[in-house]
Design a protein around this ligand. Structure first.
Ligand code: NYM
Ligand code: MG
Length: 211
């Protein structure tokens, strides 16, 4: 395009409990960025398309059992295997919008009773997201959106514990969004925040997570 290069791309992550509307908001943001002519890549973790992702999928669907630490490391490895691609996209000035990231990794394993620091360690050093949108929803409200799915972890009691760990992980720079608002209203809030902060981030070097 004839547009001057704006610097690196922005890494945007969506987090939240199951049924908080992350996937919908990711799609809406990706579609919006495309509509205004921006280069954008849409990623999601777990990425079930890789060999590691296939093992994760089998575990989530309940067709295999894996030891808790072992599955935790697979989720992390599934992020690390995409790091070269993420870095390349950002270097090329592409927006990278990600549905779940290391915070999901920590929240879901720590919810089983494991130490948060232990859970963070394998993901330490990943590309640090510029923006984290947390879709905040109570377990009760999430349940009113129809029953949870059939996958492992999709139970109210477990989601309650996941939400508690997210509370511990949240830092001041997380953008907490009320997930019960109308989806168009949420989308506008998100895109405005992104457009406001884009220039600032594109001029700062990418950091490394939890270092
Ligand atoms: N999940 C996801 C984890 O337990 N650890 C992780 O690192 C990630 C990225 O996988 N219930 C869990 C959260 C979800 C499940 O995710 C599948 P999705 O977004 O429903 O495909
Ligand atoms: Mg799911």
């Amino acid at each position: 395009s004839s547009v001057a290069r704006r610097g690196r791309g922005i890494l945007v992550v969506f987090e939240g409990c199951d049924r908080s509307g992350k996937s919908t908001q990711c799609r809406m943001l990706v579609d919006y960025l495309k509509s205004i002519g921006r280069d954008v890549a849409h990623l999601r973790f777990p990425d079930r398309t890789t060999a590691i992702g296939q093992s994760i999928n089998d575990y989530l669907q309940g067709t295999t059992e894996l030891e808790d630490h072992a599955i935790h490391l697979l989720f992390s490895a599934n992020r690390w295997e995409s790091v070269p691609r993420i870095k390349q996209l950002l270097d090329n000035g592409t927006f990278v919008v990600v549905d779940r990231y290391a915070f999901s990794g920590v929240a879901f394993t720590a919810a089983k009773g494991y130490d948060v620091t232990w859970c963070k360690n394998p993901d330490r050093g990943l590309p640090d997201p510029d923006l984290i949108f947390y879709l905040d929803i109570s377990t009760k409200d999430a349940q009113t959106r129809g029953s949870y799915g059939e996958e492992r972890y999709e139970k109210a009691e477990f989601q309650e514990r996941v939400a508690e760990i997210y509370e511990q992980l949240k830092s001041n720079d997380w953008k907490v969004v009320d997930a019960m608002k109308d989806k168009n209203e949420i989308h506008e809030e998100i895109r405005n925040t992104l457009l406001e902060l884009e220039e600032q981030f594109s001029k700062t070097p990418l950091k490394r997570l939890w270092t």
